[in-house]
Design a protein around this ligand. Structure first.
Ligand SMILES: [Zn+2]
Ligand SMILES: [Zn+2]
Length: 218
């Protein structure tokens, strides 16, 4: 076993718990802090099956820096917002919802969007229940990877072979940043499902977290 595989990385289990969060809270599946004067993210639908076209993304996760300082927030931002297009996207290594990350300065949001756009059609598999978060911090070794929803740590590859992802923009080796899980260690599942009861992993560029991300579902 290589030294690298033994290496510990900091990780945080989000540990979702059914609740009633606001846009001012870190959460899964709750309302997003979105300004009225900024276009909502839409999926162009090119990777959907032919029955569905352009659809709005759905607010899936938001994480404030005060709760999750471990995230690689770009200067001047304090909120990570994760959006899913809740339809099947047929792309290599990532058959599942499409993912969009938005890094935001929450102090710049003055007036909120009145209503979040709703997709005309969704796969129920990818729609989260509404949860507050009770984070659990730990140190994760590549040999004992948690399958829960988390930030940081290592990628849970399950049955698939490990894949190296390079940043499409600058070529740097991307790093495991966020994992959304079908099953939580607590047993309080979010009731979404990725792959064969696996995880949806988001890998980001270590040089600039706003470079295009890679998604792995396994
Ligand atoms: Zn889509
Ligand atoms: Zn890059």
């Amino acid at each position: 076993m290589s030294t690298k595989a033994e290496q510990a990385r900091p990780a945080v289990l989000l540990n979702p718990l059914e609740g009633d969060p606001t846009d001012a809270d870190s959460h899964i599946g709750g309302p997003m802090l979105w300004p009225i004067d900024e276009p909502w993210p839409w999926c162009d639908g090119t990777a959907h099956d032919p029955k569905s076209g352009r659809e709005p993304f759905v607010g899936a996760v938001q994480l404030y820096r005060r709760d999750f300082p471990e995230l690689p927030f770009p200067d001047g931002t304090d909120l990570l917002q994760v959006f899913l297009c809740t339809l099947h996207h047929d792309v290599p290594h990532a058959y599942g919802p499409d993912v969009r990350l938005v890094w935001r300065d929450s102090a710049e949001v003055v007036e909120l969007i009145e209503e979040e756009p709703q997709p005309s059609v969704q796969e129920e598999l990818y729609v989260p229940t509404v949860n507050v978060l009770e984070p659990v911090r730990f140190s994760e070794r590549a040999t004992k990877v948690s399958g829960g929803t988390k930030i940081g740590g290592w990628t849970a590859w399950w049955g698939s072979e490990p894949v190296e992802f390079a940043c499409p923009e600058c070529g740097a080796a991307q790093r495991q940043t966020l994992s959304l899980a079908t099953h939580e260690p607590s047993g309080d599942d979010v009731e979404w499902e990725f792959g064969d009861e696996g995880n949806l992993n988001v890998l980001t560029c270590p040089e600039d977290v706003r470079h295009p991300v890679s998604v792995h579902v396994g």
